[in-house]
Design a protein around this ligand. Sequence first.
Ligand SMILES: *Cc1c(COP(=O)(O)O)cnc(C)c1O
Length: 362
Amino acid sequence: MIRSMRIRPDLAQAARYVPGKSIPDAIKLASNESAYGPLPSVVAALTEEASGANRYPDPAGTLLRARLAARAGLQPENVMLGNGSVSLCLHLVQATCSPGDAVVFAWRSFEAYPILARTAMARAEQVPLDAGGRHDLPAMAQRIEELEAAGTRVGLVFVCNPNNPTGTVVPDEEIDAFLDRVPDDITVVLDEAYREFNEQESDGLRYLSGPAARPNVVVLRTFSKAYGLAGLRVGYGFAGEQIVDAVSAVTLPFSVTSVAQRAALASLEDDAWPELSARVEEVRSERARLIAELRALGLPVLPSQGNFVWLAEAERTPALDAFLHARRLVGRAFPEGMRLTVSSPAENDALLAALRDWAAER
Ligand SMILES: *Cc1c(COP(=O)(O)O)cnc(C)c1O
């Protein structure tokens, strides 16, 4: 018999992160990636950096933090870097929660949150989205009050905006009202991984400086989505110095590679932006086209401000998943519905052709 190792007993039954499926030769709409590779200038920069790969990266990410800070009108001390913003999500839990403390977030939201909470031995507190797939911030504030009244310390709150996977956004006034209600020593993370695609509301940077500044707000962004660098793993966050310092205490040294730092810097060059913003613009207009056509087909599509659309197919979702696979299209199925990444016009056409058939059959 194989000897059972001394492993944390709570991990035996714990869910693992399920990545988006890749099926050979299929169109992959499962992971909200960019349809396009990095810009040639970015490939050139990272290729050059690769020849120095015998050296450790700058652990402080000095140049990249300075550049991100300057663009946001903040100081480098207000910027943190991570091996993807998903690692910053983990480090924020580790930096704010002792074992048993609560991490509050909406559900359904980003798949990684419950896993990260468990990794840090914190307790995941999930507050259902409203019927429109939107954050119910009053219910989240109430949950925080109830937990604290019952003696559970709340360490961290995630607000995923736009929300993955439903694509919905929280209106500015609702975030203001939520922050007014939540004790101001509880860290509230505005996860803005899809910020660049959001045409509707202003961004969380309004809470980082100026008259509306709040010391408990963290804004997370990533190079994985709009910048098309998902494979390099580089994300960043803006926060007050106390939070940035606490995160640095739990961050693995050298977690953002030299190549990733260099590619991110090259992506922030002024001459990179016209092409990147044209890609973002294409996603926005293709998203509008997809949503209009899916509505016309009578499919239950939600408004979206991300680079993906959400079909609230509920119990029909497994059938839709199989239907799309048969047509060599891969989306991301959840119990409540299907998330489909907005891709290039040609790939979106292929998706629309399949969904026309689906609408006729369903
Ligand atoms: C994609 C995503 C991230 C982070 O992606 P990284 O590749 O780790 O930077 C974070 N939050 C949400 C909601 C996402 O969808």
